[in-house]
Ligand binder design. Structure first.
Ligand SMILES: *[C@@H]1O[C@H](CO)[C@@H](O)[C@H](O)[C@H]1NC(C)=O
Ligand SMILES: *[C@@H]1O[C@H](CO)[C@@H](O)[C@H](O)[C@H]1NC(C)=O
Ligand SMILES: *[C@@H]1O[C@H](CO)[C@@H](O)[C@H](O)[C@H]1NC(C)=O
Length: 271
């Protein structure tokens, strides 16, 4: 069943029928590169930037399952951190809205010839996170117990993204299974606001604390870094998994090895 390059493959599984849809024709907005040729990283960087530009404009299958990229809605994040000098936080973030990925710049996109993991350098002029928060804990020695609206604006955000993948075959194509995303963040400047920090007990103390946090934004960001990193990691993992289940890896890396050749036939057949 071919619908303008989108193949709907019905897979009979032990427990029933699963519908997996994916592209069988390379869309014109994807530039193919060859990993065993020099200048691959230049080509890949250009290719991923062009692809992301299209993702930002909208790809119907992604709009349907993931939603728009900017602003991007995210589910809740439950976060616990207690072993740090600067912070001990239990936080629940809900109704998350992330702005800024619409302006992402791919500075470098490297792919490992060994295991086809990726090393990607991404720059966002600004990333803004708005959410509802509930938090108990201590940040920069300030004990907090509150919940309400929270916003955080990061200027000049450099993301180093480390992505693990596992190749697999589907309908005669090789695909990336994106299995994990880790990020390292470098920030220019961070502005944060949390209302109702002390369950509304004192507006003055709340204002004073927000001011204190912003005057010490570097320390505040260090305290919140794991929480921000986890938010970015979860967002990118979900997006990349959906994108690369939809579009064969062959369209990006023309000469990517078949997973059976890469990992060896034996392990594949047993798996
Ligand atoms: C490829 O990228 C490198 C490093 O970014 C750069 O120095 C070089 O000029 C680029 N080559 C081409 C042909 O674009
Ligand atoms: C966050 O939610 C979890 C369960 O979803 C709950 O156990 C925890 O107490 C909540 N934390 C805060 C700070 O509200
Ligand atoms: C992708 O990897 C996950 C584990 O990270 C696994 O559960 C899933 O079955 C894999 N999917 C495919 C199609 O290989």
């Amino acid at each position: 069943m071919y619908i303008t390059g989108l193949l709907v493959l019905m897979l009979m599984l032990f427990d029933g029928i699963e519908c997996v849809a994916f592209y069988t024709e390379k869309p014109s907005y994807i530039e193919s590169c060859r990993i065993y040729e020099p200048e691959f990283t230049n080509c890949s960087t250009r290719s991923i930037q062009g692809f992301m530009n299209q993702v930002i404009k909208g790809i119907p299958e992604i709009d349907e399952t993931f939603g728009p990229i900017d602003p991007m809605k995210q589910d809740q994040l439950v976060f616990n951190q207690d072993n740090s000098d600067v912070a001990s936080i239990s936080a629940n973030l809900t109704e998350m809205l992330i702005r800024g990925f619409g302006k992402m710049v791919i500075k470098e996109s490297k792919v490992s010839k060994k295991d086809f993991s990726w090393l990607t350098k991404i720059y966002l002029p600004t990333m803004r996170l708005d959410c509802k928060y509930k938090m108990i804990g201590r940040i920069l020695l300030v004990p907090l117990r509150g919940g309400g609206d929270m916003s955080m604006e990061i200027d000049d955000l450099n993301i180093l993204m480390i992505t693990r993948t596992h190749l697999y075959e589907k309908g005669g194509y090789t695909f990336y299974n994106v299995t994990s995303v880790r990020v390292k963040l470098e920030v220019g400047k961070v502005k944060t606001h949390m209302d109702n920090l002390f369950n509304g007990r004192s507006k003055e103390v709340e204002q004073g604390t927000n001011q204190f946090f912003n005057e010490n934004w570097r320390d505040l960001f260090e305290a919140l870094r794991p929480l921000v990193a986890e938010t970015v990691e979860r967002t990118l993992l979900k997006l990349l998994q959906q994108l690369f289940n939809l579009i064969p890896a062959n369209f990006f890396v023309e000469d990517i090895p078949n997973s059976l050749n890469l990992y060896g036939r034996k392990t594949q057949l047993i798996a």
